[in-house]
Design a protein around this ligand. Structure first.
Ligand SMILES: [Zn+2]
Length: 290
């Protein structure tokens, strides 16, 4: 598994001093409006389920969530990883920005973390208000759950690495789900599919070579993660062909299970003080001409 570092140059005499520079968090977020733990804990109390979508194994489904509604992804029947895409319901060019979310929040998400949208919008699309796997933290391999590191399994990479074609990778499942929800041709829909949040997936980087790894998800039937839609959302979820992602993906070998998506309407009192997220106030067209 380890990469070959034999051609590394020898370290300079002051290598230890250079390596001892203190880490500085790239994006200080103390100035952002805080997410209120009390709000997260209470917003789903008494919420009414208005729609339930079942995502079949090795397949994808889209769903719509009005601003101020919740969506809950639930493990049913057996351990299963889900690949999540989010778009502004009326503008597919505004979509989940995995990389910036990773920088503003962390490599793995949990309650209180926000899922940010692409530039020039850069606003929270959704906030995680509950996560039954929040206990997991970091394990002895340095792994955590719900990463925003991985991209999604896709048939192009699979062909590159194996020479084989497989048509139920998450990328393809998300493409078909988006096409079905919007009426877009598949080729157009494919261009809107983007890097995901890996719901329930357990991942990290190997200690020796910092390569992305996965291990069997700790998710069990009944576990769930709940999001508040900060604007009107179109979502798509793929039940990854990797199942619990404890062995492989991009083929039919792993045991796979459905995932359930519930759309919930909170009680009006539970949303007191909440307002939909506004896009970035940076006036891009004018300032970019400077
Ligand atoms: Zn996948």
């Amino acid at each position: 598994m380890a990469r070959d570092f034999r051609n590394r140059p020898p370290p300079p005499p002051d290598a230890a001093a250079r390596r001892a520079a203190p880490p500085v968090v790239c994006y200080p977020v103390a100035g952002l409006p805080p997410v209120d733990p009390g709000f997260c804990a209470a917003v789903a109390d008494g919420a009414a389920v208005v729609e339930t979508v079942i995502v079949p194994p090795r397949d994808g489904r889209a769903f719509r969530v009005p601003a101020g509604h919740l969506f809950r992804i639930r493990c049913v029947q057996g351990p299963q990883v889900g690949d999540l895409n989010l778009w502004h319901a009326q503008d597919l060019t505004e979509r989940f920005y995995s990389g910036k979310t990773r920088q503003l929040q962390a490599s793995h998400l949990t309650t209180g973390d926000r899922l940010w949208s692409s530039l020039p919008h850069l606003r929270p699309l959704a906030t995680i208000v509950a996560d039954s796997l929040g206990w997991y933290g970091w394990d002895d391999d340095g792994a955590g759950v719900h990463d925003v590191i991985g991209t999604r399994c896709d048939p192009h990479t699979n062909r590159l690495l194996t020479g084989a074609d497989y048509h139920h990778c998450c990328h393809a499942n998300l493409t078909r789900a988006l096409a079905a929800a919007t009426g877009l041709p598949l080729a157009e829909a494919e261009a809107h599919v983007h890097d995901v949040m890996n719901v329930f997936m357990c991942t990290g980087f190997t200690r020796d070579s910092h390569q992305y790894f996965m291990k069997a998800s700790p998710v069990r039937p009944g576990d769930a993660i709940t999001f508040l839609a900060e604007i009107d959302l179109l979502g798509a979820l793929s039940a990854c062909p990797g199942g619990d992602c404890g062995s492989g993906h991009s083929d039919d070998r792993a045991a796979c299970f459905p995932l359930q998506v519930e759309i919930l309407r909170p009680r009006p009192e539970a949303l007191q003080g909440w307002v939909p997220a506004e896009p970035s106030t940076y006036s891009a067209p004018a300032r970019l001409e400077v």
